[in-house]
Design a protein around this ligand. Structure first.
Ligand code: ADP
Ligand code: MG
Length: 319
């Protein structure tokens, strides 16, 4: 069982950033309104996430570190219509198999909190006002071969920062804070989409972008796409989400590049924050545990819709 978890961990837990992604998604699934992340040494030494979500009750806490203990899928049909971010029930188990892991949680309505660790899986009473705190320390302490693949502190922090921004961009209604080695590096108050995009991509992006808002039947594409005047465009300013999940998909990237081809002439990278909402049954997000790849049932139709939607939005003359 430990071995299976460690193998699964290799796919789910590539580096601190992948741990962070799973934990942030869990916090969001729990309905949190405020999420704080504190990292030490790029997240390798410590990664702590504090949320104000619904918490985990004692019985579920005893199972939370076991494989396939998910509260989110009751049947195979549910897999078709995954509304939550996590749905495999293997992230916490995988993390706990390769790092010292502690969970303290107080379920809504519970008299007090409970804690478990990867060693002490029987819940013990603990103190916490509400929500959940998860601490992940010494990633890959027990699998030195894996640990060797981790990069420098600043590289690992950079990946964590990327994940943090990707998640935060998609949820402007939630407040987020990121700290590294005791210093707060990003604080984002809950607000509207425009404010969140401005905080993450900057005033220059906001001043030189088009609002995108197109729909066709069950398909909706919306967000912000930079015009050529946005000078600092780079590869790091590309955010595309399908049903709220950040994805990096060949078909989508091709459609976006084509839509931008006429105005950027291939000279620079496009910059955008775009959300595609569609029927969950039309997209398979289960391709890989890291879940940035997707497979569309009707790829051609999606490509057409994204290409034409973005082309039209970018072509509107500047007033
Ligand atoms: P999954 O998210 O795929 O269900 P995980 O291993 O990520 O699997 O989490 C296991 C379970 O632990 C979740 O289904 C959820 O019930 C619970 N859980 C994890 N993190 C939190 C959290 N921050 N708040 C509330 N419940 C949580
Ligand atoms: Mg999860």
């Amino acid at each position: 069982e430990v071995l299976i978890n460690q193998i699964a961990a290799g796919e789910v837990v590539e580096r601190p950033a992948s741990v962070l992604k799973e934990l942030m998604e869990n916090s969001l699934d729990a309905g949190s309104r405020a999420i704080e992340v504190a990292l030490a040494q790029g997240g390798v030494k410590q990664l702590r996430i504090t949320d104000d979500g619904c918490g985990i009750d004692k019985d579920d806490l005893a199972l939370a570190l076991e494989r396939h203990a998910t509260s989110k899928i009751a049947s195979l049909e549910d897999l078709e219509a995954v509304g939550t971010m996590g749905f495999r029930g293997e992230a916490l188990a995988a993390i706990a198999s390769v790092a010292r892991t502690k969970i303290i949680s107080r379920a809504t309505g519970a008299a007090h909190a409970w804690r478990v660790t990867e060693r002490e899986r029987e819940p013990a009473p603990a103190a916490l006002n509400s929500g959940t705190v998860i601490e992940v320390e010494d990633l890959y302490y027990n699998t030195p071969a894996r640990r060797k693949f981790l990069k420098s502190e600043s590289t690992e922090f950079g990946h964590c920062d990327d994940v943090f921004r990707r998640v935060a961009l998609a949820r402007p209604d939630v407040g987020f804070q990121l700290a590294h080695n005791g210093r707060v590096s990003l604080r984002l108050a809950a607000g509207d989409a425009e404010r969140r995009v401005r905080e993450i991509l900057g005033d220059d992006f906001m001043a030189n972008c088009r609002r995108v808002e197109v729909d066709s039947g069950p398909l909706r594409l919306y967000g912000f796409a930079a015009l050529p005047a946005y000078a600092r465009a780079n590869r790091d300013a590309q955010f595309f989400y399908v049903n709220g999940r950040f994805v990096r998909d060949k078909l989508i990237q091709h459609a976006l590049r084509e839509a931008y081809a006429d105005i950027l002439h291939g000279a620079r990278h496009p910059a955008f924050v775009l959300f595609l909402d569609m029927d969950p049954a039309g997209v398979d997000v289960n391709v890989h545990p890291a879940k940035t790849e997707v497979r569309f049932r009707e790829g051609r139709a999606i490509h057409q819709f994204v290409f034409h939607g973005l082309s039209r939005s970018l072509a509107v003359p500047v007033q």
